[in-house]
Each structure stands twice: as structure tokens, then as C-alpha cells.
Write a new protein. Sequence first.
Length: 521
Amino acid sequence: EGMADSEGSSAQRQPRPSAASAAEPAVRRRVRIQEEVEQEEIPPTEQPHDRWADAGDAAEDDGDVAHRSRRRKKRRELEQIHFKMVNDRVVDDITMDLFYKPHTIILLLAVCAFSLYKAIWDSNNASTDWNVYFGAKWTLGLFLIVAALAFPTGPFIRPHPVVWRISFGLSVAYALVLQFTVFQSFADVKKVLSWLDPDGLSNEELVEKEYAVNCSDLTLERMWSHMDIFAFAHFSGWVMKALLIRHGVLCWYISIIWEFTEMVFTYLLPNFAECWWDSIILDVLLCNGLGIWVGLKCCDYFQMRTFYWESIKDIETTRGKVKRAVLQFTPENFTQYDWFNESALRRTGALTVFCLIFLLVELNTFFVKHIFAVDTSHPVVFWRLILIGAISAPSIRQFYVYATDPLCKRLGMQSWVFCAVTALESAVCIKFGRHMFPPMQLGLILGWMLVVVVGTVITLRVSIWWRVGATSGTSEEQIGGQTRHLYVDSSYENLGLIHEDVRERRKQLRVASESEYTSDN
């Protein structure tokens, strides 16, 4: 992949085939995937035979045991392949080795040379503050070098795998900082923040704008006055969230349930209070809705493109080489997520957990800012959002595969660390905020969680109804004596999310039939 993936220089837009023409091969492929999974299930253990049975029966039993053992081994291999595809994806067909070799010896020599330089020629008269600051900074730098060499890549390989390894390393470092913070006192944490930025991080109280004032004054001028930088933040934030979630119904649900979440936690953060027209019209319908629409249009645009990637060395013109280099920062492929399934209990639970974590990440942003009196315009708020956005992209992909792929039994490491970061941020908020805020109303919190769970189930049913009843995106097929709704469009094949990669790997390992290798579907 990358500049070295033997992937092409142009991305041409092609029209989608009609549902009628795509239905038959896509359904056959989906049925075949489902039958694979069902055939690879471990059969139930048979009743033990008489130990004095004849030799023929004993030989047959040994054959059954060996057959079950082969099936069990085959399934374990499939599970390992499916997990590796999203946890540590490998770049295939490399043509520019310079950009994809680890260069471990060069990096080791550079680290050793830098350390010796600082040890021999650096001054010993520097202040303690200077020593601590630069010591911590270069310790983080060394940690990120190790991360770039040793950490798993994750599901993405564009623009380069090292980008996602460093992103993973930053998330681990952030988790370690949060874990250390949990064991400190509030005064000590404020001392460290004031030491880092005496002007911007030393505030004792945070002065925030009030939005729930004179709500009966509903005029265009009043509404326009609320279109500040936060309106653009709402819009741009939901463009990015739509690109990450890639599902319109789920995006709208999270947007609406967030406004309900603000109402629930208003007694803790008065800044959450808004006029009804500000919450419904400006936030949900205008800013969030427009952002969701733009994000989903971008998703549709990427889905309708067929990418042909080739090595930059095979392009003759300078313009073509420059264009290929720019296209390195675009997706290698684009898969639409379909989070819903009408009969999958595991997916329903996973989707509920996903929504709760999503809302918790948003809440942590406001609570951390309020507890430590950090102004919204401070760079630390912006860079935290960038960090969360960077680590959430591979985390959501890994969580989605874990929730939808029956052969992916483990949660990817980046998703695991993201959940840990969310929990640690919440722990920091609870420890340092419990003496600032009114007593927590446990009944209200439990009611909020119940509404989120019920709302998720309702959203799931609405999405299924929309896909099955209101659109022609599914087809009824008989599988195993049961009538199932299968997606006609291959972009909705949940079990086939990484099926082509897995098929190729299974072909290399000789763990699939020849008919599967040569299948046109």
C-alpha cells in the first residue's frame, strides 16, 4: 500500500449497478459466507462409545475425532486471520522498500548518538524545571519511536502504517498520564498545569457563556447571534463523526440523545442549559444535521469510487507523481458500516455500549474542562480533541468488526486502549469533581442509561425497518430452513467486511477448497 502498494494513481467514479443486476451474485456470495461460518462451527460432542466396541467402530470414532480436530484448528486459524486484519494489518505488494523498511539500526544509532551528545555536551547548570520538562518530552519521544517500531498497525495503512502506530503510542501515553493523575491530589495537578502554562492553565474558575437566557425572544437576529465558533465546531465535528460512524440513522440518534444528555446533566454543568430553539433548531437540525449530511455525502462519494492504485515509480510524468503522492492521503478503500441486525443479540449489546462510550467521551470533554478551569480557546482543548479523533478512527473500525464479524472473537488493541482512556478520564472527573458538584443523583443517572438503552433498541428497529421495508436494499433468502433478510449491496455484507483479504490468506494457507479460490463472486 501507500506509495509502495502497487495501487493506482487515479480514482475514477463509476456508477453503481442496479439492485436487480447486483442482487443475485451478491446474495449468493452472502449465502456462501454464511454457510462457511455455519459449516465451521464445532459440532457437539458425541456420546461416549462402549470401550469394548469393535475395532471398526473405534477406527470410525478416531476418524470423527480427527475430523473435528481439523475443523477446530481451521476455525482457530480463521479467527486469527480475521483478528490480524483489523489489529495489525500488513502492507502487501511493496514496490518502494525505502519507505516501508523499519530502519531499526539507523534509529537505534540515532537514539544512542543523541543520548551521548546530551550526556557529554549538555550543561549541568540548568534549572530543575528545565530538566523535568525536556526530560519528559524526550522520554515521550523515545516511547513514540518504540511505538513506531513495535506497536500493531491497526486496520488502516494510509498514508503510512507508522502514522497509526504513533497514534496508538500517543493513546497509550495519554492513558498512562491519566492513570498517574488518578493517584494525585487536585492541588498537585493544578500545580503541574500552572507550571506548564502559567497564564492559560492556572485559572481557579471558568467563566462560560450562558445560553438559556430570555428564551422567549425568538427572532432571526437572536438566533444569528448564537452562530458563533461553537456552531462551526458542531458542524465540523459531525462531519468527522459521520465519516467515522458511516450510518445515518445512528448519527441522528446520537445527535438527538446528546441533547437529552445535556438536559440530564444540567444540574452539574449549568453551561449545558440551552433554549429549546437553540437545542432543537440550531444544534440538532441545522449544525448537526448539516454536518451529518455532508459527512454521509462524503461517504457515498468514496463508496462510489473504484480505486486503481499503482506504484509512484511506474508513473512517468511529474504531474502524475505529484497527484499519486497527494492521493496517498486518501482512503485505500472505503467500507460502509451497517451496525444493525434484526436477530443479533451480541450486536445489540455492542451497539448500546458503543453509544454509551460515545456519549461518555463527549461528557468527559466538558467535565475535564470545567473541573480544571481550562478555557475552550486554550490549545490543550483543541489538541485533546485531535488526539481523541485520531485514535477513535481505528478504534471504531475494530469495535465494528468485533460487533459484526462472528469470526472476530477479540477486541482490537486500539479499541481496548480507547475504552481504557474513556474510563480513566471518567475516573479523573469523578475523583476531582465530586467535591465541586452537587451530590450525584443516582436515580437520574440510571434513568439516563435506561433511556439510552431503550433508544438504541428503538433505533435498531427503525434502521431495520428502513432497510427492509422502506428500501430495496435487502432480499429474503432461505438459509438453513430459516427466512433471512440478506443485503443485496455488497457494501452491506457484514460477514464479508474483510472477506476478500481472508480468502486470499486462506488460499495461501491452503485451508479452503479450490472452488472458493476460483469463484467469480
